[in-house]
Design a protein around this ligand. Sequence first.
Ligand code: ADP
Ligand code: ZN
Ligand code: ZN
Length: 737
Amino acid sequence: MNHLLPYRIRVAVPVPIHDCFDYEVSAQQYADLKIGMRVSVPFGRQICVAIVIEKIALDTELSTQFKLKKITDILDQKPLLDQHILKLLIWSAQYYMYPLGEVIQSAFPAKLRQGHRYDVVTPEWQLNPTPHDLDQQLKRSSKQKVAYEYLQTHQGHVLENQLNQQGISTATLKTLEKKQLITKQDVPIDFSRHPVNLAENELIANTEQQHVLNQILPLLTQYHGYLLDGITGSGKTEIYLQIMWQILKQNKQVLVLVPEIGLTPQTIARFSARFDCPIALLHSGLNETKRLQAWQQAQTGQAGIILGTRSAIYVPIPDLGLIILDEEHDLSFKQQEGFRYHARDVALYRGYLAQCPVILGSATPSIDSFALAKHGKLTHLILNQRAGHASLPKMHILDLKIAPKQHGLSVMLIEKIKATLQKNQQVLVFLNRRGYAPVLMCESCAWQANCPQCDAHFTLHTQPYTHLHCHHCGLIQTLPKHCPACQHTTLKPIGLGTVKIEEGLKELFPTYDVLRVDKDSTRHVGSLEKIYAQIHTEKPLILLGTQMLAKGHHFPHVSLVAILDVDAGLLSVDFRAPERTAQLITQVSGRAGRGNVHGEVILQTLRPDHPILHTLLEHDYRTFAQQTLKERESACLPPYRYSVLIRSDAKNEKDHLAFLTQCAETLTTSAQQSIDIWGPIPAPMQRKAGKYHAHMLLLSENRAQLHYYVSHWWQQVRAITPSHIRLSIDIDPQELG
Ligand code: ADP
Ligand code: ZN
Ligand code: ZN
């Protein structure tokens, strides 16, 4: 028997286990510790960084045969996570059925996850008393002289960061330190709050905008969800800015979430042009030091605006007064691996916890949000007119079956492009397929180059050198010289990729610039900015690219948009495919005619009679959404039923299907009639990266029951899953596959 001290803490450890763990602490540690602080604890054979979730003081010493371990260290002096964010994280872990310790990781920048000190100090260099032989000492090095003089002209002390930004290296400073001319000291970082000011005047809201503002403005101090459903260019951003000002004025903070690729310099520029206030930027492109600093700016309350991508939804913000999620339909708000949360749903719950408004904005709202609006959970706000002078583009369908073609472009489209360029306007050509061609085929025997690890064709790439690339597993192979099946040299690229279209356009329009925007052409930092800068010069040119072009950016001088191939989206088996296709078409079309010129959109398709195209052509996205909602209702599909997707993968094809089937049976037994189980079936791409994939969809009209049964069942399933099968759970999945 051991005797345990009566003080213990319960912590979340970043391991794939759902439970929290208890550790023993001394009376002093117990007094020092607060919920939301980090501690280091022994776990298995390692030392882990854990978060205090609960403090437990027992009345007496306890005798137990289990010895509790002691914590190794307390890492913080103050809690890093406040009650509000902890509550959100605990809710998320339960809702998404993911281990709390790993969920909490999402709230931290890497440095804090790894146990680094929460630096509230930063190095500063200070001048020592001037020695008599100063000139002598600085004579030899102009660098040292510059550094010394910079300090002299700045009151004798400057932050190392600022010196570095001036091009003064830390090495130079250290040399001066050796000569005893300067001293380094840690000084507190200034995280104090600054008053926020308007840096430019607000625009005068038009009638529609005013109507929307009138509905939001009276309810700023409580939770309320809005769906701001406004066509591209209708002035949604102006509405965000005006509401933000009302919140910032009261010294509260605003969280703005944008899609991964929507966080363009343009967005940032618009915010900083309007507000004179610190903006904390949080996105995946930051280095860890910058990320930590932005996180601290948010967490201390210094930043008025926190502008970030998906994971910023978990940043602690003490005075949160408003959440805005722009382009709310965008799939990048849903994490597609590991902890599969949806930032949109988490945002609504966060707004409820913080008692602040949440605005979801889009020109093409998700069907899920339409349903919430229809059932009164969100207030539906509509903007139907373009702000300023721009008008909506006209859309035409071009039947590829009958149209004569050149380089994959119909002749009529080529004529339109020519006419547009001659009018000194810009053209946007959209094709959602990068590389040269999606298939390499033998003309003699019909052999096709397929990835040996996936059920997929290799994509042929010609840049930066010719090779075959699997877009699903990343495998790269050299091009065979002969057909491996019949030995002929009749290998031919089939279908169109952006590079092939680029080649064709350059041949057809040799005197104009063709700018290609896809994952390959924008790999280098700054290349996208360069392309965007060129577009804003008003020069007539052709902009060609993938869905990167469908998001966020405005192209005021584009007056013709050509969508080369919408057919892939029309054919998919996923019930959400029509929604995605309609969003893509509408978003791409929305890039046209935003300036003073009239816009036109051409859709090339082999299925000119497809109902989606006609609804969009004759009506608009909103009509399409309303029809889709009705169809989902009659088919009992989400959002009319709640869903959970179980995915599995294994090296062996039969094993995991049998295992999933067995799991499905236990769920049927426990949940009786309340859950409908589809599958298990092989995934749409069954073999991927050398593994077999299958899935199983669980559906129910009753969310509480679904979660109740599935969470119990999932715990059991996890416990008995053999190590060669990998299972994952996806609550409210957005993609089947
Ligand atoms: P959205 O976010 O819906 O795409 P924006 O807010 O970016 O729309 O507005 C589109 C364009 O119209 C921008 O150039 C913006 O400056 C302008 N604009 C927005 N509201 C007004 C207004 N009330 N008066 C004049 N111009 C406006
Ligand atoms: Zn062949
Ligand atoms: Zn592959």
